[in-house]
Design a protein around this ligand. Structure first.
Ligand SMILES: [Zn+2]
Length: 175
């Protein structure tokens, strides 16, 4: 059985703009999980977050687009961000070339990750692993690649540490 493509809210649906300019393309070899690093409450509108993040990325940071390829909200909905063929951007020292980047909205140093978010991370990662032949030991988090960050935050990282997320991905890939 194949891992079914998860439902993804497109840029058109959240009101996003096209990427600005061109950049060398890359081949996906890793899947890397981030958090936004800013606390995100149930009262916030994830589509507005996407539009603001894109505006900040393009206008203030001069990046072509949102630095990540996908974002996940508090309910586990997945949003399309930068086109996957372009490497992401980062404020830390690792090179994001070859990484498919998933950002979970919120700050998991201070807030708790929800089961539906864990499931969305696992489903999206499993689908990416299947499509790009990424081995499961190349699915990890930002802090596994950089000493300069606590990203994706303690409460999300613990599910990588105890194997919950990787086990779920492996199960989805075997089904
Ligand atoms: Zn990060």
């Amino acid at each position: 059985m194949q891992v079914e493509k998860p439902e993804i809210i497109t840029k058109d649906q959240w009101g996003g703009e096209a990427p600005v300019g061109e950049k060398e393309t890359h081949e996906i070899k890793y899947v890397t999980i981030h958090h936004g690093g800013v606390e995100f409450g149930e009262d916030k509108d994830p589509m507005e977050y996407m539009r603001n993040l894109q505006k900040f990325s393009q206008d203030d940071k001069n990046w072509m687009d949102i630095p990540y390829h996908f974002c996940i909200d508090l309910d586990g909905n997945i949003y399309e961000a930068r086109p996957l063929q372009y490497p992401g951007d980062t404020n830390t020292e690792y090179d994001p070339t070859g990484h498919a980047l998933i950002n979970v909205m919120g700050n998991y140093e201070v807030q708790k990750i929800k089961p539906e978010q864990i499931e969305a991370i696992a489903h999206l990662s499993a689908w990416l692993a299947q499509e790009y032949e990424v081995p499961t030991d190349s699915i990890a988090t930002h802090k596994d690649h950089s000493d300069q960050t606590v990203c994706p935050g303690e409460d999300l990282y613990k599910y990588f540490e105890d194997g919950t997320i990787i086990n779920r991905i492996e199960k989805l890939l075997k089904e």
